[in-house]
Every structure is written in structure tokens, then in C-alpha cells.
Write a protein of this length. Structure first.
Length: 202
């Protein structure tokens, strides 16, 4: 590839990312509500279940790791599970039991999710059947089920209680989803810190 083409590729990608992030900025109110509800449910003993495919799986794992692993001001860990991270269960469900991957997340959601838990599903295109089935399983369980997806309408957004659908390519949507995950975690951390302060003061 000619070196003269590289700046154009970079500019084109960054311009497309600007458009996706502009759409995300319009969803900050929803992200704030989600983050605050995550904090409330975690404090009540609930859990967050997260899932995605490919790059979205990495972002689901990031969400779970932030909620479980961060300890600002000595806060306790909270229950958050990335459903794809249990490789033994994942491969068994996909191969031995069903011979496809349509049920790999739904089966786990059915096993783990309880009323007032939160299920967060991430998909750059919103068309992954295993996530749609997971959403349906989460709704049946009584959990709150949310999705971060690419352009809407799409099957996953239609299957969940609430969704943020972002325009853009698969790459820019995934990049914006990571920003959304960080906003969710920061909002939840802030709410948990505020709740802890009020509890200590009472």
C-alpha cells in the first residue's frame, strides 16, 4: 500500500469514529441511569452478567473485571460475570450439547440470572442469535436486560428492555462501546462511593 494512502485511511477512520461518538454523547443520560441502577443492584446483592462475541466479548469481560476487581476506598468486590470467560462451559455447550453456539449464553443466563440482576449484551451488529436468545432468557428470569449494539433497529435491540444503538462501522461501534463501558463503570463507582459515604455518616 502506498504510504500516501495511510493518512487518508486514518482520517477516514477518525472521522467515522467522531460520528459514532457524537451519537454516544446523546446517550449519556441513559448510560448514567444504567450505571446508577447497576450500583443499586450490586449493593442489594444482585449481579451483572455480560456477554458478547469477538471484540465485544473482550468489552463484556472488561465490564465484569471493573465491577469485580476495582477497590477504590476499600470498597468490597461485587458479583459480575463475563459469560464467555468460562471456556469449559462455553465449549461444552457449543459442542457436546447443542452442536452450535446459539444457546451458549442463554443456558448460562437461565442458570445464573435472578430477578433484579442485570444482563448486559454487546454486539456491533445486533444480529447475533446467541445474544438474542440470551436476552430472551434474561427477560424470563426477571432480570433487567440491556444491549449496546450497532445501528438499529436490529434483533437484539428489539429483544431487550433497553438498548443503545450506535451508527458506524463494526470497528467504530466497538470502540464507542468500550467508551460506554468505561462510563458505566465510572458512574457505578461514583454511585457506590456516594452510597458508602452516606452509610458511614449515618
Amino acid at each position: 500500500m502506498s504510504a500516501t494512502l495511510l493518512p487518508n485511511v486514518a482520517r477516514g477512520h477518525l472521522s467515522a469514529l467522531d460520528d459514532t461518538l457524537t451519537a454516544l454523547r446523546q446517550q449519556t443520560g441513559r448510560l448514567t441511569r444504567w450505571g446508577q441502577l447497576i450500583a443499586d443492584r450490586l449493593r442489594e446483592g444482585g449481579r451483572v452478567l455480560a456477554a458478547g462475541n469477538g471484540g465485544s466479548a473482550s468489552e463484556a469481560q472488561q465490564l465484569a473485571a471493573e465491577l469485580l476487581g476495582r477497590y477504590p476506598n476499600g470498597r468490597p468486590p461485587y458479583s459480575a460475570i463475563a459469560l464467555h470467560a468460562d471456556t469449559s462451559s462455553l465449549t461444552a455447550l457449543g459442542d457436546e450439547y447443542y452442536h452450535d453456539f446459539a444457546e451458549i449464553f442463554a443456558r448460562q443466563v437461565t442458570a445464573h440470572a435472578r430477578p433484579r440482576d442485570i444482563v448486559v449484551l454487546l454486539s456491533a451488529n445486533g444480529r447475533s442469535r446467541n445474544l438474542v436468545l440470551a436476552a430472551e432468557a434474561g427477560i424470563r428470569s426477571g432480570a433487567n436486560v440491556w444491549a449496546l449494539t450497532g445501528p438499529g433497529p436490529n434483533p437484539l435491540a428489539n429483544a431487550v428492555e433497553d438498548a443503545i444503538c450506535l451508527p458506524g462501522t463494526a470497528a467504530t461501534v466497538q470502540e464507542a462501546h468500550l467508551v460506554a463501558v468505561h462510563i458505566l463503570c465510572a458512574t457505578a463507582e461514583s454511585a457506590l462511593s456516594t452510597q458508602d459515604s452516606k452509610h458511614r455518616a449515618s
